[in-house]
Ligand binder design. Structure first.
Ligand SMILES: Nc1ncnc2c1ncn2[C@@H]1O[C@H](COP(=O)(O)OP(=O)(O)OP(=O)(O)O)[C@@H](O)[C@H]1O
Ligand SMILES: [Mg+2]
Length: 198
């Protein structure tokens, strides 16, 4: 028998008190961590007065290990790579714990979450890329906060571009200077996000 169990309800209670944008950006952070990703499409829209649909889709190689979609703290290759953001195998579960329901559809299968249950199908694979689609209990105001956050933190694309530029070892110093502030905001927002919920 496993040493620990996780209470989804308890996790949801802790995470639901955090700003919606801090949960939302974990999914963008994950897509940015994948070297195979060139394009990330984020969408958010109200579906009724109490809920919003939040989706992040990328064009990468997809989940290498689909069990990492639901395993908290599993060791990952990311932990040995200082150039990526992911460390704890936790960020995506934080937003998942708050979602009413949703799914992750990737190259290694499709997993659906509804209430506290999970259903996985290895047969239903995407050719390429990953989409994380979540029904979030977000108000109009929270949706506006998420949108505002992405508008005022354009750094994910800058970070991606910087990473690609570094890979090619062709860094335009002026361009980096211009984006440095955005990047600083992105990273400080990320560390704020990791502070324990109140
Ligand atoms: N868009 C994606 N494409 C490919 N793999 C992904 C994607 N999103 C998540 N993953 C995989 O799922 C794992 C879990 O993501 P999660 O955000 O929970 O943890 P993490 O990024 O490793 O660490 P952190 O808790 O610091 O964010 C990742 O380590 C990665 O292997
Ligand atoms: Mg992550």
């Amino acid at each position: 028998m496993a040493r620990f169990e996780v209470s989804t309800a308890g996790m949801r209670k802790l995470q639901a008190g955090r700003p919606a944008a801090h949960l939302a950006k974990e999914l963008i952070s994950n897509a940015l961590d994948e070297r195979s990703v060139n394009k990330i499409v984020v969408s958010i829209r109200k579906i009724d007065t109490r809920n919003a649909l939040f989706e992040v889709e990328d064009d990468g190689e997809g989940f290498a290990d689909i069990t990492h979609a639901w395993t908290l703290y599993a060791p990952t290759v990311k932990q040995r790579d200082a150039t990526v953001r992911g460390r704890f195998n936790l960020g995506e579960k934080e937003i998942l714990s708050v979602a009413r329901r949703g799914f992750i559809h990737t190259t290694s299968g499709r997993v659906e979450f509804d209430g506290d249950a999970r259903k996985f199908s290895a047969k239903n694979k995407r050719e390429r890329g990953t989409v994380v689609s979540l029904e979030m209990p977000w108000t109009k105001e929270q949706c506006a906060e998420v949108e505002e956050f992405f508008k005022t933190h354009p750094a994910p694309s800058a970070a991606r571009a910087i990473q690609q530029a570094l890979e090619r070892i062709r860094l335009n110093a002026k361009w980096l200077e211009r984006n440095r502030q955005d990047l600083a905001a992105w990273f400080s927002a990320r560390s704020a996000m990791k502070t324990p919920p109140q």
